[in-house]
Ligand binder design. Structure first.
Ligand code: TTP
Ligand code: MG
Length: 255
């Protein structure tokens, strides 16, 4: 069941209007965009670690002409021969700032890459990197306050000065148990030590950000897709909602 289609999505929209306004001004013409760069519709797929974001994107890459940007996780595992993701899991207090600075840069590059198609779908966003992962490191006492302050200064400057607007967030909503199971199956080397509690913390932050909408600004309307089922069923839900997914983007093109 798609968590109440029209019902769920639009109340979320209404509830978030005030928060959205905080970032809504991003579209203002004064923001930096590479000269001549044309900004087309952007959909971000969000959800817990191993919730199925890449699998969904791969499906869309095969079946539509939507431009797909996968998360640059390979770069986080190998930047000039270093592995900031692996280091972060080994010692978050020491390497959290290193990883998150690099994640923020790679996400910014994705957001500002010139569009190849009228619609772009990307895995995650600079927003979830900050509101979920940086926040989790800080809240759990694994990121020193000075590191958090510096990252926040960078983030605030970016969202205040660069056009990284998003048209729709698709939230793959899963239980932490599902993600734990998928994580163990896919066996990404750096993630072998991730405990259930970590996935629970990341889950709660997603819920606070995208469902309760109480903590941080939500940069776009949110479409929630239950993603505990097997991938075929999730894809089916995506297909059922394709028109809805395209709508805010089409609306923007009409402007
Ligand atoms: P995800 O961004 O959740 O991507 P994924 O490929 O695991 O998800 P899916 O299976 O749904 O496609 O996480 C990738 C790894 O990077 C994971 O170990 C969490 C980590 N990470 C951070 O530590 N900080 C960040 O800011 C982000 C975005 C990810
Ligand atoms: Mg992925």
């Amino acid at each position: 069941m798609l968590v109440p289609r029209g019902l769920r999505m639009w109340p979320l929209l209404a509830g978030s209007r005030r928060l959205q306004q905080a970032v809504g001004s991003q579209r203002s013409a004064g923001k930096l965009l590479k000269s001549g760069a044309k900004k087309n519709a952007v959909i971000c797929i969000e959800g817990n670690i191993a919730s199925g974001k890449t699998t969904c994107l791969e499906y869309f890459a095969k079946t539509t002409n939507i431009e797909i940007l996968e998360e640059p996780v390979l770069k986080w595992r190998n930047v000039r021969g270093h592995n900031p993701l692996g280091l972060m899991y080994l010692d978050p207090a020491r390497w959290g700032i290193t990883l998150q600075t690099y994640v923020q840069l790679t996400m910014l590059k994705m957001h500002t890459r010139p569009s190849l198609s009228p619609m772009r779908m990307m895995e995650r966003s600079i927003y979830s990197a900050k509101y979920i992962f940086v926040e989790n490191l800080f809240q759990s006492g694994k990121m020193p306050e000075v590191d958090y302050a510096v990252l926040t200064e960078w983030f605030d400057w970016i969202i205040g000065n660069i056009d990284i607007s998003v048209d729709l967030i698709v939230y793959l909503q899963t239980s932490p148990e599902t993600c734990y199971r998928r994580l163990k199956t896919r066996c990404r080397e750096e993630e072998k030590t991730i405990p259930m509690e970590y996935l629970e913390a990341i889950h709660h932050l997603h819920e606070e950000w995208l469902i309760k909408q109480t903590r941080f600004p939500v940069p776009a309307p949110v479409l929630v897709i239950e993603a505990d089922n097997d991938m075929q069923k999730i894809i089916k839900k995506f297909e059922e909602n394709l028109a809805r997914i395209r709508t805010p983007c089409n609306a923007r093109h009409c402007l």
